[in-house]
Write a protein that binds this ligand. Structure first.
Ligand code: FMN
Length: 181
């Protein structure tokens, strides 16, 4: 298969994930390439286009949302798959609503339709010290809003990684498997 992976990242973890997935496609003998959304890659003529982004406030980065919207006609001609990279990968339920996990992919799946065959949220990474002041401030407001204790906040400020190559390779295998059905 001819496969294009397009990723959006702010701090680099989604690039790492995209490269691991792309490596697994290459190992499987596929004609695969991986590009940053900032390069605005041409997405026509592929059998599969995989679209992934770091997750910010339960959504893809706006660059990826805009890329999907502006290339929707070309994307709907091939099979597509989605991934988000986040610190919390599972769905949780609060006050009548489900948040997080693959629920976050539904809005993009609704745009891409039935040929969008599979999606996952994969583990990311966060090094608080490396964030911009604006992002540090956003997170501090968020921790306050969910009433995290000082101790829990300190844990979150400690460098944390959930990057997992095996999880990425499993996802690459799932994509190939689903695309063949
Ligand atoms: C301002 C901000 C908001 C975030 N929002 C979420 C979120 O809603 N859910 C989540 O699980 N992780 C969230 N994260 C963590 C990122 O998704 C995680 O660090 C991811 O690996 C970042 O990807 P990138 O390095 O490719 O930019 C947030 C991080 C920041 C700095």
């Amino acid at each position: 298969m001819k496969i294009l992976t397009v990723y959006a990242t702010k701090y680099g973890s989604t690039e790492t994930v995209a490269q691991w997935i792309n490596d697994r496609f290459l190992i499987g003998g596929h004609d695969a390439r991986c590009m940053n959304v900032a390069e605005n890659p041409e997405c026509g003529g592929f059998d599969m286009v995989l679209l992934g982004s770091g997750i910010y406030s339960h959504k893809f980065l706006s660059e990826m949302e805009q890329y999907i919207a502006s290339n929707i006609d070309a994307l709907m001609l091939s099979k597509t798959a989605l991934f988000g990279v986040a610190m919390r990968t599972e769905t949780f339920f609060r006050r009548g609503n489900a948040y997080g996990g693959t629920v976050m992919l539904e809005r993009y799946g609704a745009m891409l339709g039935q040929r969008c065959i599979v999606g996952r949220i994969l583990g990311g990474e966060m090094v608080f010290e490396r964030l911009t002041d604006t992002d540090k401030h956003r997170l501090e407001k968020f921790y306050h809003s969910i009433a995290l204790s000082e101790a829990e906040q300190a844990t979150r400020r400690h460098p944390r990684t959930f990057l997992n190559k095996r999880q990425c390779w499993d996802f690459a295998e799932e994509i190939i498997d689903c695309a063949g059905k």
